[in-house]
Design a protein around this ligand. Structure first.
Ligand SMILES: [Zn+2]
Length: 308
């Protein structure tokens, strides 16, 4: 979830009209908040090999973009900033890239192939960053990984380096998005954006926002302390188990998590259609969010090690 809008349904702050319109129009607009993305990048950085770290830093050192700082942690939110920037005209970047951030499988009839439009290959000669707008996060991860794998270690042209830099920044963000369970499901509620929930100790919000941000913030005061805690918990056996599979498998894991722990675990709605989440739901979701962030970080490190 972007902090950009600073909205707070349960509080007294005004909800800007523009933000409201965007919320109403945009399916699964958000992924992890900034904190979640930064945690994923920090976990990944911990597990990267020294040579991959060097290559990541070398690529980012040539970055002239102004949307985020150019360190490997700050660029984790670049894809959200880019999607929302107006640099190519009003909503141009939004329409071109917003679908790349999720893979909305139907809660009752999930199909990865359908959610990914049949996995069309990129048109010949097209860079992944210029690919069609209709593409799911799984395919974008595969496309950007392939571009990094194809980058020569020496003698790359300026245009190859520029595309590799974009590929790296999209990849760091999208592996996080893929592990936000509500980015892999839809109940005709725009990935939970239309379900109103509340729980003891937190402002009311949407189900999507709760999984983006509210449960993440229960893990610690900031991304650094959360990531240090999570890294400490990850065992060699975890690493071995989580590094199996492909982005397609991880999408199905996210879907199953969203279905069982996000949707099936919901209580009956009240007379207004709102859901009062129990402390048990809240605590189990928070624990699951921790696991998703750990897995995303470990898998991002693996993808970057293999690709660079
Ligand atoms: Zn995103």
């Amino acid at each position: 979830m972007r902090r950009l809008f600073c909205f707070d349904f349960g509080g007294t702050r005004k909800f800007p009209l523009l933000a409201l319109l965007l919320v109403l129009q945009s399916p699964s607009l958000w992924a992890w908040g900034d904190v979640g993305h930064e945690v994923v990048a920090r976990v990944a950085w911990h597990f990267l090999t020294p040579i991959t770290r060097q290559r990541v830093e070398a690529l980012l050192a040539g970055d002239t973009d102004t949307l985020t700082p150019h360190d490997p942690i700050s660029v984790a939110v670049w894809a959200d900033r880019y999607r929302d920037s107006q640099e190519n005209g009003p909503k141009v970047n939004y329409h071109h890239t917003h679908e790349w951030h999720f893979v909305d499988m139907d809660l009752h009839h999930p199909s990865l192939d359908r959610a990914c439009h049949g996995h069309p290959p990129l048109p010949v000669g097209t860079a992944a960053s210029s690919g069609p707008a209709s593409a799911c996060v799984v395919d974008k991860i595969e496309q950007f990984s392939a571009e990094l794998r194809a980058l020569p270690h020496a003698g790359a042209s300026p245009s190859q380096l520029a595309e590799a830099r974009l590929a790296l920044k999209f990849l760091i963000h999208f592996v996080g998005d893929l592990h936000q369970p509500l980015h892999a499901i839809d109940d005709r509620d725009r990935g939970g954006n239309e379900k109103r929930v509340s729980t003891p100790g937190a402002h009311a919000g949407t189900l999507h926002r709760y999984w983006d941000t509210t449960f993440v913030e229960r893990l610690g005061p900031n991304a650094q302390s959360i990531s240090e805690h999570l890294i400490h918990q990850i065992t060699p056996a975890n690493l071995k188990a989580w590094q199996r599979g492909t982005p397609r498998d991880w999408a199905m894991e996210s879907f199953e998590t969203a279905k069982t722990q996000g949707y099936d675990a919901l209580p009956a709605p009240d007379e207004r259609g709102h859901y009062r989440l129990s402390a048990t739901y809240r605590d189990q979701a928070t624990a699951r969010v921790a696991l998703q962030l750990e897995q995303a970080g470990v898998r991002l490190a693996m993808l970057l090690d293999h690709s660079l």
